[in-house]
Design a protein around this ligand. Sequence first.
Ligand code: SAM
Length: 192
Amino acid sequence: MLSKAVKLRETSSFMLEWMKAPLVTASVFPSSERLARKMVKGLNADIGKVVELGPGTGVFTRQLLTCGIPEDNLVLIELNRKFANNMQEAYPKAMVVNGAAESLTRLHLKEVGAVVSGLPFLSMKDKQIDDILRGAFQVLKHGGVFIQFTYGHRCPVKTHILKHHGLIAERSSFVLNNFPPASVYHIKKHPH
Ligand SMILES: C[S@@+](CC[C@H](N)C(=O)[O-])C[C@H]1O[C@@H](n2cnc3c(N)ncnc32)[C@H](O)[C@@H]1O
């Protein structure tokens, strides 16, 4: 549990970054702890490396650590420099990259167990989403999962993009206790 002071500091930092770049930050507030718990549900230390895209102020990162993923098995990719610097300071053993999720393959990772995405897919272009999924499924190991949340009523990845990559999406949770309420999707390779 975070102290009220830390929570307030994170929320105000998030709001400030949202005012500077509303489409990139894409939410006025960080996600709730309830949503964060649903995002990491089922993950544990045995999964190996976990890539987090768009960690922001780190609400999902904290839950990844809580469910046993060692800090040095975390790769955090964040476009916002301030957020990335804060994450590197808080988690010195994690690999923190201040850059775009689209360039994931440049990190030459392999056998990643899960990609946990806080990216604002609803405000991203199809081409961006396409590039992100291509990169993610290049580094994910067989059976690896891409976890994405959305404020929308359906999977934020369009059907033709899923089909193009041979993927299937399944809604794993709906979280009312988040602003706005959100759904969590698990995206995986179609079992042929
Ligand atoms: C909706 S916020 C989610 C933050 C955090 N995961 C949470 O749930 O509270 C989206 C985050 O993705 C980051 N972001 C947006 N576009 C990105 C991109 N192309 N590559 C990496 N990070 C990106 C933003 O800077 C922001 O931190």
